[in-house]
Design a protein around this ligand. Structure first.
Ligand SMILES: [Zn+2]
Ligand SMILES: [Zn+2]
Length: 151
């Protein structure tokens, strides 16, 4: 079976992957298609579930390996948060606001924070000689709902 016609998000992810010299494999096609088909972030279990419905031969450990590969390649990123880690494509730069109490998260477009991010990255580089990337970057705190419940 051929994968569905790639969406724009999938095409951009593919382009980044091919440019990095990675081969096209069934698992990579499926994982990118599933991630491109959601506006947000997905857990490994959810990604595997969606793939297994179409291609049961792609098992959970293959999905784990494929995700790790795509994260290492800069095609996808991991969102660490209370509970399961989530994964998303890197095609639209953003950082995450994660609620430490309930685990919900919101995406913040990096444009909105560009001047502050640049200043923070420079300060970190200066203080501890460390280059901060923005893929998967998360700001932890409390969402409005949790802040209202526990003032
Ligand atoms: Zn993200
Ligand atoms: Zn919350």
């Amino acid at each position: 079976m051929e994968a569905a016609e790639p969406t724009d998000r999938a095409s951009r992810a593919w382009h980044r992957m091919i440019t990095a010299g990675a081969r096209r494999t069934l698992a990579r096609v499926m994982v990118i298609d599933v991630l491109a088909g959601t506006a947000g972030h997905l857990s490994i279990g959810t990604i595997h579930h969606a793939i297994a419905a179409i291609r049961p031969e792609v098992n959970l450990s293959t999905v784990h390996r494929t995700i790790a590969f795509l994260v290492g390649l800069g095609v996808a990123h991991v969102l660490q948060r209370p509970g399961e880690a989530l994964y998303g494509l890197n095609e639209r730069p953003h950082i995450h606001a994660v609620c430490e109490t309930c685990g919900t998260h919101t995406e913040i477009p990096t444009d909105a924070l560009a001047p502050a991010m640049t200043a923070a990255q420079k300060a970190v580089q200066h203080e501890v000689d460390f280059e901060v990337g923005t893929a998967g970057l998360a700001l932890f705190g409390r969402c409005r709902k949790c802040a209202a419940q526990h003032p």
